[in-house]
Design a protein around this ligand. Structure first.
Ligand code: ADP
Ligand code: MG
Ligand code: ZN
Length: 631
């Protein structure tokens, strides 16, 4: 490595030297007079005077730039002068002859000059740029290690970096992450605790003859803290942490990925006890199949990984952690005992978990006193740890934008909206009629939600367009979390989703495209009720679909015959239509309140759940009989 460095530095110097020499050579041929050591500039009158005094020996007129170069004296005492030619001096040549000066005129050869000029004025800068570029390129390559992604076809085998892994080596303590930095996820931490104590003290385990798990697989949706947990394990145990992405193993050349795996384990063996963390392992660990389009390189890499995991000496304390959000695609061989036999679920945080995560990240920013993070946690069901960290950060950014020194509750609430629905979009200007339609649409959702027994209370209605494309939204916040959804609740949810379109139909007698997202969600829910939850009367408790990916969403795959698929569609349609009709009925019964609230909303653009409920329940003869809240 050092040798190479020196070599590089030397050749760089050489390069610069050549550039300088080239520059000098070119400029010398272009301006030969530079060679003369001293040229004195004189005025034209002085020149004439010197001619008159018979001092001038040789005169050289350059018609190119209208300069006169002349010399006085001879041999040793020769002196060079230069002056600018007086225009239209017709008498000069006569005068020179009279005084015995040797006159000569140079008419510049512009064609040759042009080339030289071009060379000097363009070539040189290009040379310099090339030099700088070459130098930067070197530095970049160095920074990325010999094995950087810039490796070209030839270099793949030439450089010393063949098959060198680019596992980033981070000392655990240096990452500074410990279990304290991971909020919630208590079960995951508990499972990992054993690995921590093994890494701290491998001898204790080997003495008794116990084998600690070689590998553990962290599975869960994106952003739930899998990477963070792996780092925390290294931090807790104070061991070296090798992190590499699964995709980094998959190379262009068959065999290179496998070499990387070998090298990674070799490095780890030297640094043991340590943790090898393979992030997004599904990139390399995908199930090997027998299809023709199999990927040789990936399979070789996977095979190498499998045999390394069997082979390494666990007494020294090497633990391989891996993370994925698509565990169902992993090769079975990876999951057998002795490899990633421990599966540690890292799920989306619950209410308490969300509040704890918010708290951890809130500690990093300056906040006003009396901030209620519980409200934020309640209004973000389904948010991952990364989402919550993002909410805190957005709030801090907003505070700075507003010129405040501390984050307020309002910043936090607004940033929840931003994370859920996108930034407010100032450029979208709705026409008054469109605004009215959106107002009725959102109020429709809200009223249907409010009139149901088990629905979460409405906390906010807004008709400010968002960058996500939403023209408004109605937010419902659960008082507390529940983990089961009954069939009635699911049906109610569909009705709420249909409330927007129902209001449009009822009031304007027309349909708009504004309901597309509602329709998507309602259909998804209805389909899941039929195919996954066994909630349809027709099919009962039969699984008709399989979730395509448990952690990444993406709907389900049907596992039924074609005929059944048709019937499922009909069933789904019926469920959604039922919700639609129920929404229409609710809104018809409360159309006066619908008018009033929609107009109020249109004026205010954003109203709170409280304002909404005040108008809805105000006893003016139209107040609906509110359902008693569910226990
Ligand atoms: P994953 O690897 O599961 O996709 P990460 O570990 O990369 O997710 O998490 C992304 C970020 O989200 C973290 O850097 C952290 O700021 C935040 N985060 C996620 N989960 C938690 C948690 N349980 N506690 C604190 N912060 C979290
Ligand atoms: Mg990750
Ligand atoms: Zn809607």
């Amino acid at each position: 490595m050092d040798m190479n460095d020196n070599k590089r530095r030397r050749s760089m110097l050489l390069y610069i030297l050549i550039a300088i020499v080239a520059y000098l050579a070119i400029s010398q041929t272009l301006y030969p007079n530079l060679r003369a050591t001293q040229i004195e500039q004189v005025t034209y009158s002085q020149f004439l005077e010197m001619v008159d005094n018979d001092q001038v020996e040789k005169v050289d007129l350059n018609t190119g730039d209208n300069t006169l170069q002349f010399t006085t004296g001879e041999g040793e005492s020769e002196k060079h002068y230069e002056t600018t030619m007086w225009p239209y001096d017709d008498t000069l040549i006569q005068r020179l002859e009279e005084h015995g000066a040797d006159a000569n005129a140079t008419i510049p050869d512009t064609s040759g000059d042009l080339w030289l000029m071009l060379l000097v004025s363009y070539g040189l800068p290009i040379l310099v740029f090339l030099g700088i570029g070459w130098w930067l390129n070197r530095r970049m390559k160095k920074a990325m290690g010999d094995d950087g992604p810039s490796m070209n076809f030839g270099g793949g085998f030439g450089g010393g970096g063949l098959g060198k892994s680019n596992a980033k080596e981070i000392k655990g303590e240096e990452t500074g992450v410990t279990f304290k930095d991971v909020a919630g996820q208590d079960e995951a931490k508990e499972s990992l605790q054993e690995i921590v104590s093994f890494l701290k003290n491998p001898d204790k385990y080997t003495e008794i003859g116990a084998r600690c798990p070689r590998g553990a697989l962290l599975v869960g949706p994106p952003g739930t803290g899998k990477t963070l947990l792996a780092k925390a394990v290294a931090g807790e145990a104070g061991v070296t942490f090798f992190q590499i992405a699964g995709s980094a193993f998959v190379e262009m050349f068959v065999g290179r990925g496998a070499a990387k795996v070998r090298d990674l384990f070799k490095q780890a063996n030297e640094k043991a006890p340590c943790i090898i963390f393979i992030d997004e392992i599904d990139a390399v660990g995908k199930r090997r199949d027998t299809s023709l389009s199999s990927n040789d390189e990936r399979e070789q890499t996977l095979n190498q990984l499998l045999s390394e995991m069997d082979g390494f000496d666990n007494h020294k304390g090497i633990v391989v952690l891996a993370a994925t959000n698509r565990p169902e695609t992993l090769d079975q061989a990876l999951l057998r005992p002795g490899r990633f036999d421990r599966r540690i679920p890292v799920e989306l945080p619950d209410l308490a978990g969300r509040e704890a995560i918010l708290k951890i990240h809130a500690d990093d920013v300056k906040m006003e006193s009396g901030i209620d993070l519980g409200v934020i946690a309640r209004s973000t069901p389904g948010a991952s740890g990364a989402d919550l960290a993002n909410i805190i950060n957005e709030a801090a950014l907003r505070a700075v934008r507003m010129g405040r020194r501390r984050v307020t509750q309002e910043d936090l609430l607004e940033s929840v909206d931003v994370v859920i629905a996108g930034e407010k979009k100032k450029s979208t200007v709705l026409s008054p009629h469109e605004k009215e339609v959106v107002s009725y649409h959102e109020t429709g959702h809200a009223i249907v939600a409010a009139m149901q027994k088990g629905s979460a209370p409405v906390s906010k209605i807004t008709i400010v367009p968002r960058t996500s494309g939403a023209l408004g939204f109605t937010m419902q916040v659960e008082e507390d979390e529940h983990f089961l959804t009954t069939r009635q609740e699911a049906k109610d949810k569909i009705a709420v989703l249909c409330g927007g379109r129902a209001a449009e139909e009822l009031i304007f007698g027309e349909m708009t495209t504004g309901a597309s997202n509602d329709i998507e969600k309602a259909t998804q829910l209805a389909r899941a009720m039929v195919t996954q939850y066994g909630m349809s009367d027709k099919f009962g408790m039969v699984q008709l679909g399989q979730p395509a990916s448990r952690y990444l969403g993406g709907g389900s795959q049907l596992t039924c015959s074609e005929g059944t698929a048709q019937e499922i569609d009909a069933e789904v349609q019926a469920l959604v239509e039922e919700g639609h009709q129920s929404a229409l009925t609710t809104l018809r019964e409360n159309r006066f309140k619908l008018h009033e609230i929609a107009h109020y909303l249109q004026r205010k653009e954003t109203i709170t759940g409280e304002e909404f409920m005040n108008i809805l329940t105000r006893d003016d003869g139209f107040a609906p009989k509110m359902p008693t809240p569910a226990e």
